[in-house]
Design a protein around this ligand. Structure first.
Ligand SMILES: *Cc1c(COP(=O)(O)O)cnc(C)c1O
Length: 397
């Protein structure tokens, strides 16, 4: 049994803060600070360049990849770390398109995170030759997967509404129509149980600074199904994805299996923080996290709807159809969120009108849910949000 009182103690959370934004940036695992300091002082400081061998920096992307793989139902040696999620989206798409050369359409949905759509647009422009991105409403994806689709690019959990796609079902449909399925797990990894192998996913990508708590700018991950590992050709053919980087050959030969999805020098300090964070995950069961997350989100929805009836639930009411976040709509959503943050309840705002709250059972419990419900009710009852300073948009919302 996962002990959620014990896991909370593994995180640094500032006094007086109810943190409901771990879906955007996970909080600091206490062990990460010491781990990064050790990497800086004992490894970088003392070992200098020899750290790549002596401290095992070069193996970190695949070692950490395997630890993340366990959380997303991936087979051993199918996940590697590096770069940002946007880059990993591009890599997965480029390889997947090349594996389905007679088709030209990337299918995604209008609930996808814009960066995924932008990367797809950019790739299509570079490829020319009729490649195009097609987007449909989230509930129309299944019907839109037809014989023209080369690749489906779907984010499992919608960043705005928390709506969760049925990965196994859509992957089966993609395969039945001859398409390749690329999944984005940005709001899934560490939030909900994922079974890439069971679903038969072809490629998957995700980030580590959200529910996996690697810190701002932490590297992303990419998964390639074992049946494609030796066939997928990397479009971003960097030296560390080469079969023999230190042979310094003049032309590229892809590395073994998932290693070929590496590009350049990995971010060692961020990976040190990520490894410390993943130690927390060794103590927990994803199924228990999910059960607890559903309890917390249900409690939050009931509380908010009872106390703040002018907020409209934007997330699916059925917990099986949503991830680990709850979103409400209100035309003054931005100002309401600023008023909440000023009172220590940190969520975030997504244009045009979404107040977003992430629930991470590792450090959020009933007391935080009830506290947030009460503060939100006060902000709404007394229109505490209606102040000019809460309406000035900051660069990051
Ligand atoms: C958070 C998120 C991103 C962010 O990409 P970065 O390259 O890490 O900035 C991309 N896609 C999705 C679906 C996300 O949720």
């Amino acid at each position: 049994m996962t002990d959620f009182t014990a896991t909370r103690d593994l995180f640094h959370l500032p006094d007086g803060v109810i943190y409901l934004d771990g879906n955007s940036l996970g909080p600091l695992p206490k062990a990460a600070a010491a781990r990064v300091q050790r990497t800086i002082e004992q490894e970088w400081g003392e070992m200098l360049i020899t750290g790549w061998n002596k401290a095992g920096w070069m193996e970190m992307p695949s070692r950490i990849g395997n630890r993340i793989g366990r959380l997303i139902g991936a087979e051993p040696d199918t996940v590697v770390i590096g770069d940002t999620l946007s880059i990993k989206v591009y890599q997965a798409l480029a390889s997947a398109l090349e594996m389905n050369p007679n088709r030209r359409v990337i299918l995604s949905d209008t609930g996808n995170f814009p960066s995924d759509l932008y990367m797809a647009e950019g790739l299509c422009r570079t490829l020319g030759n009729g490649y195009r991105l097609k987007t449909v409403a989230p509930d129309e994806v299944e019907a839109a997967i037809d014989e023209t689709v080369a690749v489906t690019m779907i984010t499992e959990v919608d960043y705005r509404t928390g709506r969760k796609h049925d990965m196994a079902r859509l992957t089966a449909r993609a395969h039945a129509k001859g398409a390749i399925a690329v999944w984005d797990l940005a709001h899934s990894a560490g939030a909900v149980p994922v079974d890439l192998k069971g679903a038969g996913a072809d490629f998957a990508v995700g980030c580590t600074y959200k529910y996996l708590n690697s810190g701002p700018g932490g590297p992303a991950f990419i998964y390639v199904a074992p049946r494609h590992a030796e066939a997928a050709r990397p479009a971003l053919s960097g030296w560390l994805g080469h079969e023999a980087p230190f042979a310094f050959d003049l032309s590229y030969r892809p590395g073994r299996g998932i290693e070929r999805m590496r590009v350049g020098t990995p971010p060692v300090l961020q990976m040190a923080a990520l490894e410390a964070s993943l130690d927390v995950w060794d103590k927990v069961e994803m199924s228990e996290i999910r059960a607890r997350s559903i309890e917390l989100t249900e409690r939050f929805i009931q509380g908010v709807e009872a106390a703040s009836p002018t907020l409209w639930l934007a997330s699916p009411r059925n917990p099986a159809e949503r991830g680990s976040q709850v979103s409400f709509r209100h035309p003054e959503g931005y100002a309401i969120m600023q008023a909440l943050i000023a009172r220590g309840v940190i969520g975030d705002f997504r244009a045009p009108d979404i107040l977003r709250f992430g629930f991470t059972p590792l450090y959020v419990g009933e007391a935080e849910v009830d506290g947030a419900v009460a503060i939100l009710a006060e902000v709404m009852d007394k229109a505490l949000w209606d102040r000019p300073e809460y309406k000035v948009r900051a660069r990051v919302t």
